[in-house]
Design a protein around this ligand. Structure first.
Ligand SMILES: [Zn+2]
Length: 309
C-alpha cells in the first residue's frame, strides 16, 4: 500500500480528492496512507499530483480522450515494449491513460521525453501530465489515482496488457504490480531527449567522453576503475550539485543522502545504501533496473560502455 502510494503520489503536505461532480479539490492537509485504502475501496477518489515540491516527476501520463487516440497510444506502447520499455495501460470508457515511470526526473525532462515521444508517433491532441515543467504557484497538475472509482460514473478502471487483458486478476494484485513498476531506463530517456546517443550506438560515439582512450590495469575490474572517475561516471545518472551530492537513486531520498568523494574516488549513501567504486554503483543500478546484477554481468556491461574496442 505504501509503495503503491509512493509510485503515484508525489506530495505529503497536501492531497486532492474528486468531488461527486468529477472536479478535484486540493486539501492542504497532511496526506495519510489510510486515504489510499479508502480510495481502493471506492469510498473516496484521490488525485495524484504529477510534480513534487522540487518539481520532480516520477511518472509521465499520456491522456487519450477518444478511441482513435487510445489506439495510437497502444501502438506506441507496443513499440516501446520492443525497446524493453514498459508502458502501463489504463483504458477508460472512451480513451485511457498510458503511464511511464522513472527514477525522479525534473518535470522539464519528463515533459520533454513525453513531447519527443508524441512527436515521434505523430500523436495529436494527447495531453501530457505533468502539464508544467516546474511549479510556480500551487501543486500543479494531477491525474486520478488509478484503481479507484470515478465519482461521476462510478466506474473503476483496470490496468491491462497490450492484448487488453487485465495485468492481474484482482485489484489487490494490480496494486502489488504497480508498487514496483518497471522504470524507463535513464539511458533511454536521455536517448529520446537527445542528450546522448542511443545505447546501441555507443561504439560509434562514446557515452562517456571523459573515459580514457588508453587504459591500464592487470584485471578487467582494475581497467574499468582506471577508465573513468567515479564522479564522471555517476554524474551521468545522478544529478550532483556543486558539492557532488544529490538524491540517492537507490532509496526514497528526500535529503540528498548521496555523495561522491572526488579526491578518494568513491560514492556513498549516508542513508545506508552503501558505496564504493563505479562497479559497486553499476551493480546496484542494474539491480534497481531489474537486470542481472552479478559482478560478472556488471563488469561485462561496463566494459562495453567504457573500454575502447
Ligand atoms: Zn540511498
Amino acid at each position: 500500500m505504501r509503495r503503491y502510494a509512493r509510485t503515484f503520489t508525489s506530495r505529503q503536505d497536501c492531497y486532492s480528492i474528486q468531488t461527486e461532480e468529477g472536479r478535484y479539490i486540493t486539501l492542504k492537509r497532511r496526506f495519510q496512507l489510510d486515504y489510499v485504502q479508502a480510495h481502493l475501496k471506492g469510498l473516496l477518489t484521490l488525485g495524484a499530483y504529477a510534480l513534487d515540491e522540487k518539481s520532480q516527476a516520477r511518472w509521465l501520463c499520456l491522456d487519450a480522450d477518444s478511441p482513435e487516440q487510445w489506439a495510437e497510444l497502444l501502438k506506441m506502447a507496443r513499440d516501446l515494449a520492443q525497446d524493453a520499455v514498459t508502458a502501463y495501460l489504463e483504458p477508460s470508457r472512451r480513451g485511457g491513460h498510458l503511464w511511464l515511470f522513472f527514477s525522479p526526473l525534473s518535470g522539464a525532462a519528463a515533459r520533454r521525453f513525453g513531447q519527443n515521444l508524441t512527436e515521434r508517433y505523430d500523436l495529436e491532441g494527447i495531453e501530457l501530465f505533468p502539464k508544467q515543467d516546474a511549479l510556480t504557484t500551487g501543486p500543479g497538475s494531477l491525474v486520478r489515482l488509478p484503481l479507484g472509482r470515478h465519482r461521476l460514473t462510478g466506474q473503476r478502471y483496470h490496468f491491462v496488457t497490450l492484448d487488453g487483458d487485465p495485468i492481474a486478476p484482482t485489484v489487490r494484485k494490480q496494486v502489488r504490480l504497480l508498487s514496483t513498476p518497471q522504470l524507463v531506463p535513464q539511458d533511454y530517456v536521455r536517448a529520446v531527449n537527445k542528450d546522448v546517443q542511443l545505447p546501441e550506438t555507443v561504439s560509434s560515439k562514446p557515452l562517456f567522453p571523459e573515459a580514457r582512450a588508453e587504459v591500464t590495469g592487470a584485471t578487467l575490474s582494475e581497467r574499468l576503475k582506471n577508465a573513468i572517475s567515479v564522479y564522471d561516471f555517476v554524474r551521468r545518472y545522478v544529478d550532483l550539485d556543486a558539492n557532488a551530492t544529490g538524491y540517492c537513486p537507490f532509496h526514497d531520498d528526500t535529503r540528498k543522502s548521496f555523495g561522491v568523494n572526488q579526491e578518494e574516488n568513491f560514492w556513498h549513501c549516508w542513508a545506508g545504501c552503501g558505496g564504493g567504486s563505479l562497479i559497486d554503483f553499476w551493480m546496484k543500478w542494474r539491480e534497481k533496473e531489474g537486470l542481472d546484477a552479478s559482478f560478472t554481468a556488471t563488469i561485462k556491461a561496463l566494459a562495453e560502455m567504457l573500454l575502447p574496442r
